[in-house]
Structure formats: structure tokens, C-alpha cells
Design a protein around this ligand. Structure first.
Ligand SMILES: Nc1ncnc2c1ncn2[C@@H]1O[C@H](COP(=O)(O)OP(=O)(O)O)[C@@H](O)[C@H]1O
Ligand SMILES: [Mg+2]
Length: 369
């Protein structure tokens, strides 16, 4: 039913000076849980507001199901919307908040009551029907907001940073509850967040946005295993970036000369000999051994610092060519190394990515805004 399509959608503000959404093409499949992920200011909310009809696109088309909705006012789009700040009616109790939609729609009392009851049972708040929003915790308020968004029977749910105002533990619990609700009710959901861990955990697919553009759309695994842009390699998961030049290519193997005459092997993706490139290596695929070791993709360095992060240890390492690299090891498996210690890092060549060096430089490419 509600497949959502955006076709070349553009939205500017401030007489065109701010390009909030820049030629976005996106298809959200029926019953899919899709997340728009990107740094603050990249155009996520604007995209969502255009789907809801709260903002009109300057250019392009939006359709929901078979219907072109670009010029349709919000009340005709049949959408449930959940905001970061709950937006509950403070003077109404839980029951009246949740049954407000059905009543405004003119449904009879029996039907309104039935759906109100169902929705509150789904979010496990049926015992709190008499409570006012001010008497509820953040997590409860957001569950009421969900029930209210769904009580009008909408099959399309839009969620704008719905977990942003909650404490860490509740945030992770509610994340799975929302996904389960969406799946049980067979809804299509478009979720907006800047939190990559949340996006990875909750989504069928993620659209990574940067500066109004969609950089890549894929399942969490696809984005992690096969990032198509340096920005994605850094924003979904984490990466170290080492600059170098292609020294040689044989079949699917590439040899890259890093600064300081260090040679590493990586996977070839049509890079030319002599091309300036960036090798991306995830901190968790690097191993560390004490002392100076030789071998393929082994680089000698010194521990400059480390942080115990609970489940992981994060080492900051200065390589012999002065490049900095981060290595993350599971705490229980980590060698406890001290600052100043000489070590060798190594990585399997097929677990690194090579990108052409960005035209505007690496820093600009990685910048969040
Ligand atoms: N009503 C508005 N007037 C002017 N600029 C706006 C308006 N809404 C959003 N913007 C700008 O558009 C860009 C995208 O904003 P937004 O969609 O809210 O990003 P996100 O939700 O990803 O943080 C930002 O630069 C923001 O300042
Ligand atoms: Mg926003």
C-alpha cells in the first residue's frame, strides 16, 4: 500500500540561499522501516515535513501509494507523525490524547474507543489512561505519542528523532519496541535520526544524507560492508583514512604507497596506477601485536594513548610515517598496552576500502556541515 516515492525533490529556504534538500530521489517500500541518517542540518526534517505536507517542495514530485501528493494538504495524506518533543496535549489525559484523532475524524464512540484501547494496549499504557502528560516519564510520553499517531489508522508513520529526548537505556529499549510495533501493524515507517547506532539497530534500510543529498541507500550491513563514499565509511561505523598513491594493480589486488614509503595491499576498484587515493580501514579490523613485526599490511607504530570504553579498548597509535590511526579491540581480548610501547598493527587486505582522493580534500569530504 503506502510506498513513498520522492522524485528529484528540492527545497530551499531564505530565497534560495539555503538548499535544505537537493534533488533527492528515494523509494520507501511498502511495510519497510527506512531511516534517514545524517548529521544535524543535512535536511532530514525538511524531507520528512515535505512527505507529511507540512512543507511544499520547490521542485520534484512526492507520491504515497498511487497518489501524487505534492499539492495535497497534510490532513489528506493519512500519516502518523511522531516528534522528538512528544507534542502531546498537556491539558488532556492519556485517553483523550490518543482518541483525539478518531474523534476529530468523526468516528463514532464505539470505534474511537476500540482503537484507543487497542493502541494503548500495544504501547502497554492502558493502565495509565487517566494520567496527564506531566505525570509520565519521557519514555511513556513517547509511547503515548506513538499510540496517538497510530490511532487514526494511518499505515504510514513518520518519526522525527523520536528517541532524541530520552535517556540512553530507555532509548535503546524503545527503539526495539517501535520497530516491533511497526512490523506487527505492518506499517511503513520513515525514521529520522543522526544516531548511527540507532539507525543500524532499527532499520530495514538506511538512506545516508549529507548537505541535502542522499549519499547511499542500503541495508545496515551493506552500508557497513560496502560504503560507496568516504563520508559513508566514516559516518556509518568508523574508519581510519590513510592517504597514498596506487603503486601497482594486479587483478583485484591493489598496492598503495602510503606516506613514508609504506606499502599496503587493498581491494582494487578500478583505480589507475599513480592515482591519489585514500585507504579506509575500520578500527575493529586492525590487530595489534607487541614489538616490531614484518608481514603484509603490517605497520609499525607507537601507542600514543588509550581509552577503556567498557566493552572495548580504543588505542590511538602513531604509525612510523607519522599518520595517526585508531584501533578498537574488545576489552576481554585486548592486550593491555602502555603509552609509548612499540607495536605493529595489521589488517586483512580484503577488509579495507580504497577511494579516489576527494577533489576538495579529505577534511572537506568528511565534514559534517
Ligand atoms: N523554516 C526554515 N527556514 C530557513 N531555513 C531552514 C528552515 N528549516 C530548515 N532550514 C535549514 O535547512 C537545512 C536543513 O534543515 P533540517 O531539515 O532541519 O535538517 P536536519 O533535520 O537534518 O537537522 C538547515 O540548514 C536548516 O537551517
Ligand atoms: Mg531535524
Amino acid at each position: 500500500m503506502p510506498e513513498v516515492k520522492l522524485n528529484n525533490v528540492v527545497k530551499t529556504f531564505d530565497k534560495g540561499r539555503i538548499i535544505a534538500v537537493d534533488h533527492v530521489n528515494l523509494t520507501v517500500r511498502d511495510k519497510e522501516y527506512l531511516t534517514l541518517l545524517g548529521p544535524s542540518g543535512c535536511g532530514k526534517t525538511t524531507t520528512l515535513r515535505m512527505i507529511a505536507g507540512l512543507e511544499l517542495p520547490d521542485e520534484g514530485e512526492i507520491s504515497i501509494g498511487e497518489k501524487r501528493v505534492s499539492d495535497l494538504p497534510p490532513e489528506y495524506r493519512d500519516i502518523g507523525y511522531v516528534f522528538q518533543e512528544y507534542a502531546l496535549f498537556p491539558h488532556m489525559d492519556v485517553w483523550n490524547n490518543v482518541t483525539y484523532g478518531p474523534r476529530v475524524k468523526g468516528w463514532n464512540e464505539k470505534k474511537s474507543n476500540k482503537i484507543g484501547r487497542e493502541m494503548l494496549e500495544l504501547v502497554r499504557l492502558f493502565e495509565r489512561t487517566d494520567a496527564f502528560p506531566s505525570e509520565l516519564s519521557g519514555g511513556m510520553k513517547q509511547r503515548v505519542a506513538l499510540a496517538r499517531a497510530l490511532s487514526s489508522g494511518s499505515k504510514l508513520l513518520l518519526l522525527d528523532e523520536p528517541l532524541g529526548a530520552l535517556d540512553a537505556k530507555i532509548r535503546t529499549d524503545l527503539r526495539y519496541e517501535i520497530r516491533k510495533l511497526v512490523k506487527d501493524l505492518q506499517l511503513t515507517a520513515i525514521h529520522v535520526t543522526h544516531d548511527q547506532a540507532e539507525a543500524m539497530a532499527i532499520s530495514d534500510r538506511i538512506a545516508v544524507m549529507r548537505k541535502g543529498k542522499i549519499m547511499q541507500v542500503g541495508t545496515p550491513q551493506e552500508l557497513y560492508l560496502n560504503p560507496q563514499h568516504i563520508f559513508v565509511a566514516n559516518f556509518v561505523g568508523e574508519s581510519n583514512f590513510l592517504e597514498g598513491y596506487v603503486a601497482d594493480r594486479v587483478g583485484h589486488k591493489l598496492t598503495v604507497e602510503l606516506r613514508g614509503g609504506i606499502y599496503v595491499k587493498s581491494l582494487n576498484k578500478d583505480h589507475k596506477k599513480g592515482e591519489k587515493v585514500v585507504v579506509a580501514i575500520r578500527p575493529e579490523v586492525l590487530s595489534i601485536t607487541k614489538g616490531e613485526k614484518s608481514g603484509v599490511n603490517s605497520i609499525v607504530g607507537n601507542i600514543e594513548g588509550f581509552r577503556f570504553e567498557g566493552n572495548n579498548v580504543r588505542y590511538e597509535i602513531r604509525l612510523q610515517n607519522e599518520d595517526m590511526i585508531v584501533v578498537v579491540r574488545p576489552a576481554l581480548m585486548a592486550e593491555w598496552l602502555s603509552v609509548g610501547e612499540k607495536i605493529t598493527v595489521a589488517f586483512p587486505f580484503e577488509k579495507s576500502f580504497v577511494f579516489s582522493y576527494p577533489e576538495k580534500g579529505l577534511r572537506t569530504e568528511l565534514a559534517l556541515e
